[in-house]
Design a protein. Structure first.
Lengths: 321, 414
């Protein structure tokens, strides 16, 4: 009963969120909130997707930028070759990301901890080099893309992208929530704590790791796909920028990785701060501020924002019952 | 303020008093831009910004534009393409700036081209390369001296062919700018039936070039066209110094990024001798126009405090020139109407501290003013030597020429 009412509350919140986003695109005329909001939503999707593997399973993936770039370039290649609509670009990016995730999942057979992280960095470099030499999508020089006309009911493409990214966030969060509460999540938790012990007690570790890698990869690539249309330009150094990896990881850690809400909170906090600093302090100082924030959280709240909130939350819940 | 008071001298004192208080209340003219202040392009971005700031101070000292002060609204784009769309949306929709300048370089500029086209906004370009060729925005004006896309390779190959070069080797970094140059170089070579005997693309982080230079030397080329980035430019010249390049090479260089910056130049010192490379401004006598000397006097003083390139030849005067063009256009049209300003910029030739500038339909220079210059008599570890003329002799364009090519390359190195 309790679980069910939780579920109802969750889906009601999702509905409210999507309706709010949709009405915002219809009411607000100033376009800046959509440009900035798109970036924040993109980071929420990335952080949530990252934490499925990095948080639940404890496999720290430094290759977020590889998956992100793959998403961007799948969209670019598909759009250039066939003029496919945005939804198809995103779906295709998810499929490619999932395939790549399967490959990364196989890596976990032999590599754990820091070695896995290093392998994912290498993966990003390999794919970036490949794209740099792929002339069809512009190679190292990058490629400019002309957006197709916007679809109703939106009056500008950025507003549409903002809504699309909001939908992707909802999908990412819903999947993360499902994974967390299902057998998969419990299995991942077990293997995070002790992979050998989990294996011995019958947890199908390889299968779970593969599933986590594929879901995480698909979601990251899907979140990256609309970036091609957002920027109307793609170049390997921006699409495969290491800052996507660092940000996704930092956001998940600052928010806390034990619960799906952690990366969401972390991404909102860090993403908004980044956007705010970009147009206020706007200099080297803004990098410093982010660094200090990360250090403070690591020292003061090793379990992230949810680690700080949880005790209170539990007390209240306990009191009610 | 001075000019206002002077103009007002003809009027009654009371009117002048009234006028100036009204002017003081007028809001400033805001010019918005993003500029790379962190990340890979920061060195160039900061120097460019200093050039623009010197213009702002000069124009404000003269009483501003249309009697209003000029104010710059600048945000850091971290040298990344993904930051600029939001920044320019903020500049236009929230800060409501009157005019837009583009950030330094191609990558941060590319994503804002469709945006300014959709909104019908004037954008003054800042050293990006062929960023408007696919977008076709008619209110874009690039301050860089590049000119037509192929002129860069064409000018270098002109010099090379005059020196008797018959075949070419290409050595290019796998990065945006270098690859753009390589594409045009291959095209021009094909048109002129110059066979390419060696064509090597190397990854951006290469540090060791001796094997590549050995292979290049073995191909015995007459012309060596290099399109490289700062760290690799240094690596390539070091390898050439150690291994040699062979007597067949008539001319070496062309598109090496980094050899325009004081730190790299003083670091390489005598290794630079003989290299023919592109540049935008050099302290040669043909390069001084109205206000050029005064600009560099100010720049040299302020560069120390701003911790930017002490020479500042490459970008800073063009930032200033960008402001000068806006100043002329706003002055002539007496308004901030962007269509009117764009029309004026397109139809007229503009006097700037980097020489006269005229635009073709695509918003690039009508004629290239990209210099090809040969390093001569450079000593080790001395920044100051680059302030005197003769260290980089201009070979192209003919209008600005200050010397002849010394060839072959090995002879020019000593």
């Amino acid at each position: 009963m309790n679980k069910r009412s939780h579920s109802i509350a969750f889906w009601a919140a999702v509905a409210v969120f999507l309706v709010a986003v949709l009405s915002m695109t219809q009411i607000v005329r100033n376009e800046y909130p959509f440009f900035a909001g798109y970036v924040i939503l993109q980071f929420i999707a990335l952080a949530v997707a990252w934490s499925i593997l990095g948080g639940y399973a404890g496999y720290v993936n430094f290759g977020t930028n590889a998956f992100f770039g793959v998403g961007v370039y799948t969209a670019v290649a598909l759009f250039k070759a066939t003029g496919a609509p945005l939804a198809v670009q995103i779906a295709a990016a998810a499929v490619v990301g999932m395939t790549l995730g399967f490959g990364v999942g196989l890596l976990t057979l032999r590599m754990r901890g820091i070695f896995f992280s290093i392998a994912t960095i290498a993966l990003a470099i390999i794919i970036e080099t490949f794209v740099m030499n792929w002339r069809f999508v512009g190679g190292a020089a990058g490629i400019q893309i002309q957006r197709p006309p916007v679809t109703a009911p939106f009056d500008s493409y950025v507003k549409m992208l903002f809504f699309v990214q909001a939908v992707l966030v909802v999908i990412a969060v819903a999947i993360a929530r499902y994974v967390q509460n299902s057998r998969i999540g419990r299995g991942l938790q077990a293997l995070r704590d002790d992979e050998l012990a989990a294996e011995c007690t019958g947890v199908p570790t390889l299968k779970l790791k593969l599933i986590a890698c594929m879901i995480s990869g698909a979601l990251i690539s899907a979140a990256g796909a609309p970036a091609a249309m957002y920027l109307q330009y793609a170049d390997p150094s921006s699409a495969f920028n290491l800052s996507y990896s660092v940000s996704a990881l930092a956001m998940a850690l600052i928010g806390g990785t034990a619960h799906w809400i952690g990366p969401v909170l972390g991404a909102i906090l860090l993403g908004s701060t980044q956007q705010l600093l970009a147009v206020t302090i706007s200099s080297e100082v803004n990098v410093l501020v982010l660094g200090i924030m990360l250090v403070l959280f690591v020292v003061g709240a090793p379990k992230g924002i949810i680690g700080l909130l949880r005790p209170r939350y539990r007390l209240r819940a306990g009191g009610k019952q | 303020m001075k000019r206002r008071t002077f103009l007002g001298g003809a009027m009654a004192v009371a009117v002048v008093g009234h006028g100036s208080s009204a002017l003081a209340q007028q809001p400033p003219i805001k010019i918005g831009m993003s500029m790379p202040q962190t990340g890979g392009l920061a060195g160039g971005g900061k120097a460019s910004l200093l050039g623009i700031e010197i213009w702002r101070d000069d124009v404000n000292a003269k009483g501003g534009l249309l009697g209003r002060k000029v104010e710059l609204v600048v945000y850091d784009d971290k040298s990344s393409a993904s930051e600029t769309p939001a920044i320019y949306a903020k500049l236009v929709d929230v800060d409501k700036v009157d005019l837009l300048f583009a950030p330094y370089a191609t990558v941060p500029t590319a994503p804002i081209m469709p945006f300014v086209k959709q909104r019908g906004l004037l954008l003054m370009g800042n050293f990006s390369f062929q960023v408007n060729s696919k977008v076709g925005h008619d209110m874009w004006f690039n301050n860089a001296p590049w000119g037509p896309a192929d002129s860069w390779a064409a000018s270098f190959l002109d010099l090379a062919q005059k020196a008797g070069g018959k075949n070419m080797a290409l050595l290019t970094a796998d990065q945006e700018f270098a690859q753009n140059l390589a594409l045009t170089a291959r095209d021009v070579a094909k048109k002129r039936n110059i066979p390419i005997v060696f064509d090597q693309v190397y990854p951006p982080n290469t540090v060791e070039f001796s094997s590549i230079i050995r292979a290049l030397k073995a191909a015995k080329p007459d012309i060596v066209y290099v399109a490289s980035y700062p760290p690799d430019s240094a690596g390539i010249l070091r390898a050439v110094n150690e291994i040699g390049i062979g007597d067949s090479v008539k001319i070496f260089g062309g598109g090496m990024v980094g050899l325009q910056f004081a730190a790299v130049m003083s670091n390489l010192g005598s290794l630079l001798n003989g290299v023919v490379n592109y540049n935008t401004w050099l302290p040669e006598k043909s390069m001084y126009f109205d206000g050029t000397k005064e600009f560099f006097d100010k720049y040299t003083k302020r560069a120390v405090e701003a911790k930017v390139d002490p020479l500042g030849y490459y970008l800073a005067p063009f930032g200033y020139a960008m402001g000068q063009m806006i100043e002329a256009a706003v002055g002539a049209t007496k308004s901030l109407d962007q269509k009117g300003i764009a029309k004026y910029l397109r139809e007229n030739e503009h006097k700037t501290i980097v020489g006269p500038i005229a635009f073709s339909a695509d918003g690039e220079r009508k004629e290239t003013a990209t210099l090809q210059a040969q390093f001569r008599g450079v000593k080790d570890k001395d920044i100051e030597q680059f302030r005197s003329s003769g260290r980089q002799v201009i070979l192209f364009p003919d209008k600005l020429k200050t010397g002849e090519l010394i060839t072959p390359f090995e002879a020019a190195r000593n």
